[in-house]
Design a protein around this ligand. Sequence first.
Ligand code: PLP
Length: 464
Amino acid sequence: MASDDHDHRRHHNNHRHHFDLNENGDTTTTNNHHVQPNKKPKLSLISDADLRSEFAHHDSSVARINNGSFGSCPASIIAAQQQWQLKFLQQPDDFYFNKLKPSILKTRTLIKDLINADDVEEVSIVDNATTAAAIVLQQTSWAFAEGKFDAGDTAVMLHYAYGAVKKSVQAYVTRAGGRVIEVQLPFPVNSNDEIICEFRKALEKGKSDGHKVRLAVIDHITSMPCVVIPVKELVKICRDEGVDQIFVDAAHSIGSTEVDMKEIGADFYTSNLHKWFFCPPSVAFLYCRKSDKALALHHPVVSHEYGNGLAIESSWIGTRDYSAQLVVPEVVEFLDRFEGGIEGIRKRNHEKVVEMGEMLAKAWGTNLGSPPEMCSSMVMVGLPACFGISSDLDALKFRTHLRDCFGVEVPIYYRAPKDGEVNPITGYARISHQVYNIIDDYYKFRDAVNNLVNNGVTCASLSD
Ligand SMILES: Cc1ncc(COP(=O)(O)O)c(C=O)c1O
């Protein structure tokens, strides 16, 4: 990092010492004995050199085109996080009694504004999307146990729901007596209508035999294969059909697609902040629309705040490192250093990843997995059929080979061929684009694949 940046950050952190919070989480600065509501120096746009230094800790031998899996965190945010960790270690009791709650409230307030929620009470900060799913599904399980839902009532979720969330549905819903129906989605996919049509079919099936659809779990952006789901339309269908609870797993959404709670209208919505929002691992928000349903939610890790509302319960789940939850104000400043802020970043990432996906598909004679408007900052690109990827294990082997032999980090998806398909594409790469990526990352991937094709390498020839 450039030394003048260091100076700036130091100055900035000193400045932050003087922030106070009123009850609503609004900031006032008490620097130099003045009270200046919401006045902060405007930061200049980030230069190319500063951008490079913000991500200089990335392994430079690797073309990292997989922001989707674990996200990324700039150096200035890591530094801010370390300041929070030190603050705790310096005087833990003062931190616990005086700093932690108001600081989490500040994070919640910033997120509330970003996602257009009605009230800060609707926003809880949790570890990750997996925890958010457990919070929601635990409550579904109690509804079965307490007789609000009947055995055989249904939960509908996408076939491409994230594996860990599927396990959670199994643990909390199936085990409680619920029936789970998966929406079978096509891939490659060509239009929202294909998804909407399959979703309606699953709801119909869920209502058969006089049962009710109690819960819909809908991804905003599926993980593998990645597709932006028409979530607003699906939520509306659920409302029209009387589905009791709608949970949107939007682990990838904030920073890579539009996130507006009033527009989407779900009961529960979670997004990680460590994927596309530059927070360190790990932190997510869970939005719960104000209603009786929200009152039934509890954090699965029960501590002193049990019964004080999910947001407060979540703000103390025992002694641990809360620092990742506290850097959101610094992240918001970081985002403002880019042209157009968070919206500008996501627009440019989308345009770039589509351009790179099309470049790769052209080089390999393949296709994208969905039209550009169904992609966010990630795109599925078909791999040459000659690799003979024919199982999930093959896909993993191929990914490992790209990492170990070519320094390319990219997840690979196995797509089972349909009956009668001739020379089908059975392997797709999920490429990401984030602000630190450069065109050479994608050329490296293109050339690695071309090298393997030219040398006749297939999955069968790769060692297990
Ligand atoms: C759609 C989806 N849901 C949930 C998760 C889980 O996120 P985490 O591991 O941060 O809890 C992921 C992670 O990639 C995801 O893609």
